[in-house]
Ligand binder design. Structure first.
Ligand code: SF4
Length: 422
Protein backbone atom coordinates (compact mmCIF):
# COMPACT_ATOMS: atom_id res chain seq x y z
CA UNK A 1 0.00 0.00 0.00
CA UNK A 2 1.40 3.41 -0.93
CA UNK A 3 0.73 6.48 1.17
CA UNK A 4 -1.80 7.59 -1.47
CA UNK A 5 -3.86 4.36 -1.15
CA UNK A 6 -7.13 5.13 0.65
CA UNK A 7 -7.88 3.02 3.70
CA UNK A 8 -10.67 0.55 2.99
CA UNK A 9 -13.38 1.17 5.60
CA UNK A 10 -14.09 -2.45 6.53
CA UNK A 11 -17.15 -2.84 8.75
CA UNK A 12 -16.36 -3.89 12.31
CA UNK A 13 -19.92 -3.84 13.61
CA UNK A 14 -23.08 -5.83 12.95
CA UNK A 15 -25.64 -4.48 10.52
CA UNK A 16 -28.45 -2.56 12.21
CA UNK A 17 -30.88 -4.83 13.99
CA UNK A 18 -34.06 -5.45 11.98
CA UNK A 19 -36.92 -3.77 13.82
CA UNK A 20 -39.68 -6.23 14.66
CA UNK A 21 -42.91 -5.97 16.62
CA UNK A 22 -42.02 -6.49 20.29
CA UNK A 23 -43.78 -9.28 22.19
CA UNK A 24 -44.10 -9.31 25.97
CA UNK A 25 -43.46 -12.84 27.24
CA UNK A 26 -44.32 -12.83 30.95
CA UNK A 27 -42.47 -9.55 31.50
CA UNK A 28 -39.57 -10.27 29.12
CA UNK A 29 -39.72 -8.27 25.90
CA UNK A 30 -38.78 -10.20 22.74
CA UNK A 31 -38.21 -8.08 19.63
CA UNK A 32 -38.84 -4.37 19.21
CA UNK A 33 -36.09 -2.40 20.95
CA UNK A 34 -35.19 -5.25 23.35
CA UNK A 35 -31.77 -6.92 23.34
CA UNK A 36 -31.60 -10.49 21.99
CA UNK A 37 -33.13 -12.74 24.66
CA UNK A 38 -31.58 -16.06 25.74
CA UNK A 39 -33.92 -18.97 26.23
CA UNK A 40 -33.65 -22.69 26.86
CA UNK A 41 -35.74 -25.82 27.25
CA UNK A 42 -35.96 -28.49 29.94
CA UNK A 43 -35.58 -32.20 29.23
CA UNK A 44 -37.34 -33.44 32.34
CA UNK A 45 -40.76 -35.07 32.40
CA UNK A 46 -42.95 -32.05 33.16
CA UNK A 47 -45.30 -34.29 35.19
CA UNK A 48 -42.35 -34.77 37.57
CA UNK A 49 -42.71 -31.47 39.39
CA UNK A 50 -39.59 -31.81 41.58
CA UNK A 51 -37.14 -32.48 38.77
CA UNK A 52 -38.72 -29.91 36.45
CA UNK A 53 -38.62 -27.18 39.10
CA UNK A 54 -34.99 -28.09 39.84
CA UNK A 55 -33.99 -27.90 36.18
CA UNK A 56 -35.90 -24.69 35.43
CA UNK A 57 -34.21 -23.15 38.50
CA UNK A 58 -30.78 -24.26 37.23
CA UNK A 59 -31.45 -22.83 33.77
CA UNK A 60 -32.80 -19.56 35.17
CA UNK A 61 -29.87 -19.17 37.55
CA UNK A 62 -27.48 -19.83 34.67
CA UNK A 63 -29.09 -16.85 32.90
CA UNK A 64 -31.93 -18.28 30.80
CA UNK A 65 -34.46 -15.46 30.53
CA UNK A 66 -37.31 -17.69 29.31
CA UNK A 67 -37.63 -21.47 29.82
CA UNK A 68 -39.76 -23.80 27.70
CA UNK A 69 -41.26 -26.99 29.09
CA UNK A 70 -42.99 -29.87 27.32
CA UNK A 71 -46.75 -30.10 27.85
CA UNK A 72 -47.52 -33.40 26.18
CA UNK A 73 -50.29 -35.04 28.24
CA UNK A 74 -52.84 -34.37 30.98
CA UNK A 75 -50.38 -35.14 33.80
CA UNK A 76 -47.93 -32.54 32.43
CA UNK A 77 -50.66 -29.92 32.02
CA UNK A 78 -51.83 -30.56 35.59
CA UNK A 79 -48.25 -30.12 36.87
CA UNK A 80 -47.67 -26.72 35.21
CA UNK A 81 -49.44 -24.51 37.80
CA UNK A 82 -47.65 -26.36 40.62
CA UNK A 83 -44.31 -25.81 38.89
CA UNK A 84 -45.09 -22.10 38.50
CA UNK A 85 -46.06 -21.83 42.16
CA UNK A 86 -42.90 -23.56 43.35
CA UNK A 87 -40.70 -21.33 41.19
CA UNK A 88 -42.45 -18.22 42.51
CA UNK A 89 -41.81 -19.41 46.06
CA UNK A 90 -38.12 -19.74 45.17
CA UNK A 91 -38.20 -16.13 43.97
CA UNK A 92 -37.73 -17.20 40.33
CA UNK A 93 -40.04 -15.27 38.03
CA UNK A 94 -38.60 -16.73 34.82
CA UNK A 95 -41.47 -17.03 32.28
CA UNK A 96 -42.49 -20.57 31.34
CA UNK A 97 -43.44 -21.47 27.78
CA UNK A 98 -45.57 -24.53 27.08
CA UNK A 99 -44.47 -26.67 24.15
CA UNK A 100 -47.58 -28.21 22.59
CA UNK A 101 -47.92 -30.83 19.86
CA UNK A 102 -50.97 -32.74 18.55
CA UNK A 103 -53.33 -32.20 21.52
CA UNK A 104 -52.43 -28.70 22.69
CA UNK A 105 -55.93 -27.38 21.93
CA UNK A 106 -57.42 -30.02 24.22
CA UNK A 107 -54.90 -29.66 27.05
CA UNK A 108 -55.29 -25.89 27.16
CA UNK A 109 -59.09 -26.21 27.23
CA UNK A 110 -59.14 -28.95 29.87
CA UNK A 111 -56.50 -27.36 32.13
CA UNK A 112 -57.25 -23.63 32.38
CA UNK A 113 -54.83 -23.24 35.32
CA UNK A 114 -52.07 -24.53 33.03
CA UNK A 115 -53.13 -22.08 30.31
CA UNK A 116 -53.04 -19.26 32.87
CA UNK A 117 -49.69 -20.24 34.43
CA UNK A 118 -47.81 -20.31 31.13
CA UNK A 119 -46.38 -17.08 29.71
CA UNK A 120 -46.51 -18.24 26.09
CA UNK A 121 -47.75 -21.17 24.02
CA UNK A 122 -45.55 -22.74 21.37
CA UNK A 123 -47.55 -24.17 18.48
CA UNK A 124 -46.11 -26.29 15.68
CA UNK A 125 -48.37 -25.78 12.67
CA UNK A 126 -47.07 -29.05 11.18
CA UNK A 127 -48.64 -31.21 13.85
CA UNK A 128 -51.49 -29.21 15.32
CA UNK A 129 -53.95 -31.44 13.48
CA UNK A 130 -54.49 -32.97 10.08
CA UNK A 131 -56.74 -32.33 7.06
CA UNK A 132 -59.92 -30.42 7.99
CA UNK A 133 -59.01 -30.45 11.71
CA UNK A 134 -55.72 -28.60 11.17
CA UNK A 135 -56.93 -25.01 10.93
CA UNK A 136 -59.76 -25.60 13.42
CA UNK A 137 -57.43 -26.91 16.13
CA UNK A 138 -54.90 -24.17 15.40
CA UNK A 139 -57.66 -21.58 15.80
CA UNK A 140 -58.74 -23.26 19.07
CA UNK A 141 -55.25 -22.65 20.52
CA UNK A 142 -55.20 -19.07 19.25
CA UNK A 143 -58.60 -18.43 20.86
CA UNK A 144 -57.22 -19.84 24.09
CA UNK A 145 -54.25 -17.45 23.84
CA UNK A 146 -56.67 -14.54 23.31
CA UNK A 147 -58.80 -15.60 26.27
CA UNK A 148 -55.78 -15.85 28.59
CA UNK A 149 -54.04 -12.81 27.07
CA UNK A 150 -50.92 -14.81 26.13
CA UNK A 151 -48.54 -14.60 23.20
CA UNK A 152 -47.71 -17.60 21.01
CA UNK A 153 -44.71 -18.78 19.07
CA UNK A 154 -45.59 -20.31 15.77
CA UNK A 155 -42.67 -22.69 15.52
CA UNK A 156 -42.25 -24.44 12.18
CA UNK A 157 -39.79 -27.30 12.09
CA UNK A 158 -38.74 -29.04 8.90
CA UNK A 159 -38.93 -32.43 10.66
CA UNK A 160 -42.67 -31.97 11.12
CA UNK A 161 -43.46 -29.74 8.17
CA UNK A 162 -47.06 -29.49 6.98
CA UNK A 163 -47.01 -32.28 4.36
CA UNK A 164 -50.09 -31.03 2.49
CA UNK A 165 -48.44 -27.65 1.96
CA UNK A 166 -45.13 -29.23 0.95
CA UNK A 167 -46.85 -31.55 -1.55
CA UNK A 168 -48.83 -28.68 -3.08
CA UNK A 169 -45.72 -26.51 -3.50
CA UNK A 170 -43.75 -29.44 -4.94
CA UNK A 171 -46.53 -30.05 -7.50
CA UNK A 172 -46.69 -26.37 -8.43
CA UNK A 173 -42.93 -26.27 -8.74
CA UNK A 174 -42.70 -29.29 -11.01
CA UNK A 175 -45.16 -27.59 -13.39
CA UNK A 176 -42.81 -24.63 -13.82
CA UNK A 177 -40.68 -24.25 -16.95
CA UNK A 178 -37.62 -23.91 -14.73
CA UNK A 179 -38.41 -25.66 -11.46
CA UNK A 180 -36.53 -24.81 -8.27
CA UNK A 181 -34.54 -27.45 -6.40
CA UNK A 182 -36.39 -29.64 -3.89
CA UNK A 183 -34.39 -27.95 -1.11
CA UNK A 184 -35.53 -24.50 -2.22
CA UNK A 185 -39.16 -25.69 -2.28
CA UNK A 186 -38.75 -27.16 1.19
CA UNK A 187 -37.44 -23.81 2.46
CA UNK A 188 -40.34 -21.98 0.82
CA UNK A 189 -42.80 -24.41 2.45
CA UNK A 190 -41.34 -23.69 5.89
CA UNK A 191 -41.65 -19.95 5.37
CA UNK A 192 -45.16 -20.15 3.93
CA UNK A 193 -46.27 -22.38 6.80
CA UNK A 194 -45.08 -19.75 9.32
CA UNK A 195 -46.56 -16.80 7.42
CA UNK A 196 -49.88 -18.53 6.69
CA UNK A 197 -50.25 -19.52 10.36
CA UNK A 198 -49.41 -16.00 11.54
CA UNK A 199 -52.01 -14.56 9.15
CA UNK A 200 -54.61 -17.05 10.40
CA UNK A 201 -53.79 -16.16 14.03
CA UNK A 202 -54.27 -12.46 13.26
CA UNK A 203 -57.53 -13.12 11.38
CA UNK A 204 -58.71 -14.99 14.48
CA UNK A 205 -58.08 -11.87 16.53
CA UNK A 206 -54.63 -12.35 18.08
CA UNK A 207 -52.68 -9.09 18.00
CA UNK A 208 -49.48 -8.85 15.99
CA UNK A 209 -47.60 -8.04 19.20
CA UNK A 210 -48.57 -11.48 20.52
CA UNK A 211 -46.88 -13.49 17.76
CA UNK A 212 -43.29 -14.75 17.48
CA UNK A 213 -42.16 -16.85 14.52
CA UNK A 214 -39.49 -19.50 14.15
CA UNK A 215 -38.54 -21.68 11.19
CA UNK A 216 -36.01 -24.28 12.23
CA UNK A 217 -34.00 -26.68 10.10
CA UNK A 218 -30.87 -28.68 10.97
CA UNK A 219 -28.63 -27.64 8.05
CA UNK A 220 -26.63 -24.46 8.61
CA UNK A 221 -26.88 -23.06 5.06
CA UNK A 222 -30.61 -23.80 4.85
CA UNK A 223 -31.18 -22.15 8.21
CA UNK A 224 -29.42 -18.98 7.12
CA UNK A 225 -31.38 -18.90 3.84
CA UNK A 226 -34.73 -19.55 5.54
CA UNK A 227 -34.33 -16.85 8.18
CA UNK A 228 -32.97 -14.28 5.73
CA UNK A 229 -36.02 -14.81 3.56
CA UNK A 230 -38.47 -14.96 6.45
CA UNK A 231 -37.17 -11.73 7.95
CA UNK A 232 -37.52 -9.97 4.57
CA UNK A 233 -41.16 -11.01 4.38
CA UNK A 234 -42.43 -10.16 7.87
CA UNK A 235 -41.83 -7.87 10.83
CA UNK A 236 -42.97 -10.44 13.39
CA UNK A 237 -40.51 -11.04 16.22
CA UNK A 238 -38.10 -13.84 15.32
CA UNK A 239 -36.94 -16.79 17.44
CA UNK A 240 -33.67 -18.22 16.08
CA UNK A 241 -32.50 -21.76 16.54
CA UNK A 242 -30.87 -24.58 14.65
CA UNK A 243 -32.87 -27.71 15.31
CA UNK A 244 -31.14 -31.03 16.10
CA UNK A 245 -27.81 -29.18 16.36
CA UNK A 246 -26.19 -32.25 17.91
CA UNK A 247 -23.76 -33.10 20.68
CA UNK A 248 -20.64 -31.41 21.99
CA UNK A 249 -18.50 -29.28 19.73
CA UNK A 250 -20.53 -30.15 16.61
CA UNK A 251 -23.71 -28.69 18.08
CA UNK A 252 -21.91 -25.64 19.41
CA UNK A 253 -20.10 -24.91 16.14
CA UNK A 254 -23.15 -25.47 13.93
CA UNK A 255 -25.42 -23.30 16.11
CA UNK A 256 -22.83 -20.54 16.47
CA UNK A 257 -21.99 -20.48 12.76
CA UNK A 258 -25.63 -20.27 11.68
CA UNK A 259 -26.90 -17.90 14.34
CA UNK A 260 -23.73 -15.79 14.33
CA UNK A 261 -24.21 -14.92 10.66
CA UNK A 262 -27.91 -14.12 11.10
CA UNK A 263 -27.32 -12.02 14.22
CA UNK A 264 -24.57 -10.14 12.39
CA UNK A 265 -27.16 -9.28 9.74
CA UNK A 266 -29.53 -7.94 12.39
CA UNK A 267 -31.84 -10.97 12.28
CA UNK A 268 -33.13 -12.62 15.46
CA UNK A 269 -34.84 -11.39 18.64
CA UNK A 270 -34.37 -14.45 20.85
CA UNK A 271 -32.11 -17.48 20.55
CA UNK A 272 -32.07 -21.02 21.79
CA UNK A 273 -29.05 -23.28 21.31
CA UNK A 274 -30.45 -26.83 20.98
CA UNK A 275 -27.55 -28.93 22.26
CA UNK A 276 -27.87 -32.64 22.93
CA UNK A 277 -26.33 -33.10 26.40
CA UNK A 278 -24.04 -36.04 27.17
CA UNK A 279 -25.90 -38.66 29.21
CA UNK A 280 -26.23 -37.09 32.65
CA UNK A 281 -24.68 -33.89 31.24
CA UNK A 282 -25.41 -30.38 32.37
CA UNK A 283 -28.45 -28.85 30.65
CA UNK A 284 -27.22 -25.34 31.44
CA UNK A 285 -24.52 -25.72 28.78
CA UNK A 286 -27.01 -24.48 26.16
CA UNK A 287 -27.52 -21.27 28.16
CA UNK A 288 -23.77 -20.79 28.53
CA UNK A 289 -23.21 -21.22 24.78
CA UNK A 290 -26.05 -18.80 23.89
CA UNK A 291 -24.66 -16.18 26.27
CA UNK A 292 -21.11 -16.62 25.02
CA UNK A 293 -22.28 -16.34 21.41
CA UNK A 294 -24.04 -13.03 22.12
CA UNK A 295 -21.22 -11.75 24.30
CA UNK A 296 -18.29 -12.64 22.06
CA UNK A 297 -20.10 -10.94 19.16
CA UNK A 298 -20.55 -7.83 21.26
CA UNK A 299 -24.36 -7.85 21.49
CA UNK A 300 -24.75 -8.29 25.23
CA UNK A 301 -22.71 -8.77 28.38
CA UNK A 302 -23.61 -11.55 30.78
CA UNK A 303 -20.48 -12.66 32.58
CA UNK A 304 -16.85 -11.54 32.85
CA UNK A 305 -14.77 -12.89 29.99
CA UNK A 306 -11.46 -14.61 30.69
CA UNK A 307 -9.08 -14.32 27.75
CA UNK A 308 -6.38 -16.97 27.76
CA UNK A 309 -3.76 -17.81 25.18
CA UNK A 310 -3.86 -21.33 23.75
CA UNK A 311 -0.37 -22.15 24.97
CA UNK A 312 2.42 -23.43 22.72
CA UNK A 313 5.97 -24.77 22.86
CA UNK A 314 6.96 -21.81 25.02
CA UNK A 315 4.86 -23.11 27.93
CA UNK A 316 6.08 -26.24 29.65
CA UNK A 317 3.78 -26.09 32.66
CA UNK A 318 0.00 -26.20 32.88
CA UNK A 319 -0.07 -23.40 35.44
CA UNK A 320 -1.69 -20.83 33.16
CA UNK A 321 -4.32 -23.28 31.92
CA UNK A 322 -5.19 -24.20 35.49
CA UNK A 323 -5.30 -20.57 36.55
CA UNK A 324 -7.54 -19.56 33.61
CA UNK A 325 -9.87 -22.46 34.37
CA UNK A 326 -10.00 -21.72 38.10
CA UNK A 327 -10.88 -18.09 37.50
CA UNK A 328 -13.48 -18.84 34.81
CA UNK A 329 -15.14 -21.48 37.01
CA UNK A 330 -15.04 -19.19 40.02
CA UNK A 331 -16.73 -16.42 38.03
CA UNK A 332 -19.40 -18.76 36.68
CA UNK A 333 -20.13 -20.21 40.12
CA UNK A 334 -20.37 -16.78 41.76
CA UNK A 335 -22.25 -14.91 39.02
CA UNK A 336 -25.79 -15.46 40.38
CA UNK A 337 -24.70 -13.69 43.61
CA UNK A 338 -22.35 -11.21 41.92
CA UNK A 339 -25.11 -9.95 39.61
CA UNK A 340 -26.80 -8.53 42.70
CA UNK A 341 -23.71 -7.66 44.69
CA UNK A 342 -21.55 -6.14 41.95
CA UNK A 343 -23.66 -4.29 39.36
CA UNK A 344 -21.77 -4.03 36.06
CA UNK A 345 -19.34 -6.87 36.86
CA UNK A 346 -20.41 -8.70 33.67
CA UNK A 347 -18.31 -6.16 31.71
CA UNK A 348 -15.08 -7.21 33.47
CA UNK A 349 -12.32 -8.67 31.31
CA UNK A 350 -9.53 -10.86 32.71
CA UNK A 351 -6.47 -12.11 30.83
CA UNK A 352 -4.36 -15.12 31.77
CA UNK A 353 -1.40 -15.44 29.41
CA UNK A 354 1.32 -18.04 29.03
CA UNK A 355 4.49 -16.08 28.21
CA UNK A 356 6.11 -12.76 27.46
CA UNK A 357 5.37 -12.82 23.69
CA UNK A 358 1.74 -11.69 23.90
CA UNK A 359 1.29 -11.79 27.67
CA UNK A 360 2.00 -8.19 28.72
CA UNK A 361 0.18 -6.72 25.67
CA UNK A 362 -2.98 -8.77 26.13
CA UNK A 363 -2.90 -8.26 29.90
CA UNK A 364 -2.76 -4.49 29.44
CA UNK A 365 -5.87 -4.61 27.24
CA UNK A 366 -7.82 -6.46 29.95
CA UNK A 367 -9.13 -4.87 33.15
CA UNK A 368 -6.87 -7.21 35.07
CA UNK A 369 -4.34 -9.56 33.53
CA UNK A 370 -1.35 -11.68 34.33
CA UNK A 371 1.52 -12.75 32.12
CA UNK A 372 2.90 -16.01 33.46
CA UNK A 373 6.50 -17.00 32.78
CA UNK A 374 7.14 -19.24 29.79
CA UNK A 375 9.96 -21.75 29.44
CA UNK A 376 13.37 -20.29 30.29
CA UNK A 377 11.86 -16.93 31.27
CA UNK A 378 12.57 -15.33 34.63
CA UNK A 379 10.08 -17.02 37.01
CA UNK A 380 8.03 -13.91 37.68
CA UNK A 381 4.54 -12.86 36.60
CA UNK A 382 3.68 -9.19 36.06
CA UNK A 383 0.08 -8.24 36.86
CA UNK A 384 -1.67 -5.36 35.10
CA UNK A 385 -4.76 -3.48 36.23
CA UNK A 386 -6.46 -1.00 33.91
CA UNK A 387 -3.40 -1.11 31.63
CA UNK A 388 -0.87 -0.37 34.38
CA UNK A 389 1.59 -2.83 35.91
CA UNK A 390 0.73 -3.06 39.60
CA UNK A 391 2.67 -6.06 40.87
CA UNK A 392 5.09 -8.83 40.01
CA UNK A 393 4.22 -12.19 41.51
CA UNK A 394 6.81 -14.89 42.20
CA UNK A 395 7.03 -18.38 43.65
CA UNK A 396 4.58 -21.19 44.22
CA UNK A 397 1.71 -18.93 45.33
CA UNK A 398 1.30 -17.02 42.03
CA UNK A 399 -2.07 -18.57 41.17
CA UNK A 400 -3.57 -18.03 44.60
CA UNK A 401 -2.29 -14.45 44.83
CA UNK A 402 -3.64 -13.53 41.38
CA UNK A 403 -6.98 -15.11 42.19
CA UNK A 404 -7.19 -12.94 45.33
CA UNK A 405 -6.21 -9.86 43.33
CA UNK A 406 -9.07 -10.50 40.88
CA UNK A 407 -11.57 -10.76 43.74
CA UNK A 408 -10.21 -7.59 45.36
CA UNK A 409 -10.40 -5.75 42.02
CA UNK A 410 -14.05 -6.79 41.60
CA UNK A 411 -14.88 -5.67 45.12
CA UNK A 412 -13.14 -2.33 44.69
CA UNK A 413 -14.50 -1.51 41.23
CA UNK A 414 -18.00 -2.96 41.37
CA UNK A 415 -18.70 -3.22 45.11
CA UNK A 416 -19.46 0.49 45.49
CA UNK A 417 -16.85 0.86 48.25
CA UNK A 418 -18.74 -1.60 50.43
CA UNK A 419 -15.53 -3.38 51.44
CA UNK A 420 -14.14 -0.17 52.86
CA UNK A 421 -17.39 0.58 54.67
CA UNK A 422 -17.80 -2.89 56.17
S1 SF4 B 1 1.41 -15.93 24.70
FE1 SF4 B 1 3.27 -17.14 24.70
S2 SF4 B 1 2.64 -19.13 25.51
FE2 SF4 B 1 0.78 -18.09 24.90
S3 SF4 B 1 0.46 -18.85 22.81
FE3 SF4 B 1 1.54 -16.88 22.67
S4 SF4 B 1 3.69 -17.45 22.53
FE4 SF4 B 1 2.60 -19.27 23.28
Amino acid sequence: MTSATPIDPVLADPLPRRRTVGVNVGGVLVGGPAPVVVQSMTNTDTADVDSTVAQVAQLARAGSEIVRITVDRPESAAAVPRIRERLDRLGLSVPLVGDFHYIGHKLLADYPDCAAALAKYRINPGNVGFKDKKDRQFVDIIEMAIRHDKPVRIGVNWGSLDQELLTRLMDENSALAQPLSARAVMRESIIQSALHSAALAEETGLAREKIILSAKVSNVQDLIAVYRDLSRRTDHAIHLGLTEAGMGSKGIVASSAAMGILLQEGIGDTIRVSLTPEPGGDRTKEVQVAQELLQTMGFRQFIPIVAACPGCGRTTSTLFQELAETIQNDIRRNMPEWRERYPGVEALSVAVMGCIVNGPGESKHADIGISLPGTAEVPSAPVYMDGVKVATLRGAGIAQEFHEMVLAYIERRFGGGRAAAE
